[in-house]
Write a protein that binds this ligand. Structure first.
Ligand code: CA
Length: 122
């Protein structure tokens, strides 16, 4: 059974010193895809399980999260281009934010060929 390791995620993100990736005091809920903050949340596993990172703005995700994100919920209020490579290079797919027409949730990035590929977003 997969469990959320929120503490580990917080430590990992803090240790990586990732500009633009901020951890909130209101953590996302494992399995529901509820981001809990105004961000693009990225989970380690499909269906919003495992560790979660919070990406608030354009950034290269850092070594810890590089090629690690398997599901996403975008509640940032804006779309993001999610690039395969650092520095906004390589192929990308665009996440739509949660709005009246979209859940903003992408539970399994394998379905669109982007599992474990995210390296930068803007
Ligand atoms: Ca990549």
């Amino acid at each position: 059974m997969l469990r959320t390791k929120k503490t580990l995620a917080i430590v990992a993100v803090a240790a990586a010193g990732i500009a633009g990736a901020v951890v909130s005091a209101a953590p996302a809920s494992a399995g529901t895809g509820d981001c809990g903050v105004r961000a693009q949340c990225g989970w380690e596993h499909a269906d919003y399980n495992g560790e979660v990172g919070y990406f608030l703005q354009a950034t290269t995700v850092g070594s810890y999260w590089n090629d690690r994100v398997s599901s996403i919920s975008n509640t940032a209020g804006r779309s993001f281009r999610n690039h395969n490579d650092i520095n906004y290079l390589g192929d990308y797919w665009t996440s739509t934010p949660k709005n009246a027409a979209s859940s903003g949730k992408y539970g399994n990035l394998s379905y669109i060929g982007y599992n474990d590929k995210l390296s930068s977003l803007r």
